[in-house]
Design a protein. Sequence first.
Length: 571
Amino acid sequence: MKEIKGIAASPGIAIGPIFVYRPAELVIHNLQAEDASLEWERYQNAAQKALLELVALRQKVASEVGEADAAIFDAHQMILRDPDLEEELRAEIDTGATAESATEVVFARQVKSFEEIDDPLFRERAADFSDVGRRVLCILTGVQDNALAALDAPAIVIAKDLMPSDTAQMNKAMVRGFCTAGGGPLSHTAILARNLGLPAVVGAGKDVLDLKNGEWLVVDGGAGVVVIGADEQQCNQYQQEADRLAQERATAQAHAHEPAITQDGRQIEVVANVGLPGEEVDALQAGAEGIGLLRTEFLFVERRVAPSEEEQYQAYYPIFDAMGERIVIARTLDIGGDKPVPFLAVPHEDNPYLGWRAIRIGLADPELLKTQLRALLRAGHDHNLKIMFPMIATVEEMQAARALVDEACAELAERGAPYAQTVEVGTMIEVPSAALMADQLVRHVDFFSIGSNDLTQYTLAADRGNPAVALLSDALHPAVLRLVDSVVRAAHAAGVWVGVCGEMAGDPDAIPLLLGLGVDEFSTGVAAIPATKALIRKLSLVEAQALAREALTQPGAPAVHALVKRWMGEH
């Protein structure tokens, strides 16, 4: 038996024969053309056909998985309709390139620009451009690539990488799980796998591509490993575990709308992270008690001009309307630096993670931030709006940001516009300085929300999107846990509540620790909500507190993981 370690992308265990997926090769022979107008017409016809395919794919995903995942293909349609991209393509064709050659060149340029961004979420946008470009090229070259949709026997898919379209088009009745040589856990493909309930391991390295069709494989999506050559007894053990996990998921889903109350009576709020319109519907269906993180960047990316107050209001209001009286914590713009947008003239930065981004841009351009604040305050009228600022590193930044909220309220009052007049204001704790100064920051906030992803990578100086150091970036490291502990202590001493809105909030190893450290609210991905609530119901607050105290004394993350797994087994 041989194990290959990858990155856990979607939990669960799958056992079955391998199907190695190799996309159809696209070879472009005709690079130069004589009639630019004819080539432009060919591209437009192909793009129109691609749009129709994306509409059909969106409908398929919406019916099988939900609106949130279907929105991936709204983004793909937006790429095809982008006038700036069309302008680039037309210019390339006008130089004498064929429609195929221009498509290949321009989309490759876009992919490269996204791959060079440090932020892993934005870096995953490269896959979207690659996916769309390939779709258009397949149409132009007449290549059909439907091997995954045509699977007629149960299989585990092995691939170099998978595009969102590949995952969406899989024959779900036949695909038991998948493993890719590349890719990351934040990709649209990984997100789709989680929401489809397909066990998946990504980033397993090129060795998995040497596996042969028909070999039997075990994919352990929770542990992030694939197992080759397991004997019958081992396969039976894995199958028993797979059956147990499936039963747990079904039970959790059946009770998803019940509150998360610990064994000793403490009720914990479980809410959703939402990043696109439509996800709030899926969040409610999954049992979310509100939105703990509304990412507002969806309105700003790939824009040449910043959206107006009215445009933002029209985008935010349906989300608040769907949530009714439930809380919606809206994070103000977290862009710039590692998340560039065209309308901001952000110079090149050698280290954009430590550069001009998030609240720093908002404070430097207060009208940009106040426009967003006014739109949020209007959308939150008669709803439970809370406003949260990202990347706060100093007390002075928090004071300045809070003053802009007051200014935005005053401007709306002067206009006579209805707005949320009583609104809690808080900050994300992502920067170690904010965690260490929590006892001072708490005087200027109504709540804290710990962004565990950034807090972890800043604390351990390890980029979670870099495979070379990804294993170092572990939120269960005692250094991170000690910062969480100090933030919670400072907040509770001042009567302020604390949430966690990073990946940590839905991690089964982290949940008992966060509970024991005193976290009041867990905000996680939609797919993780039922399981998060189910696990909290099994825990005792008093016992979790003892576990957390012991975890703080451990020498490193591996020791903490081992401690938690041993404790979970005993309890």
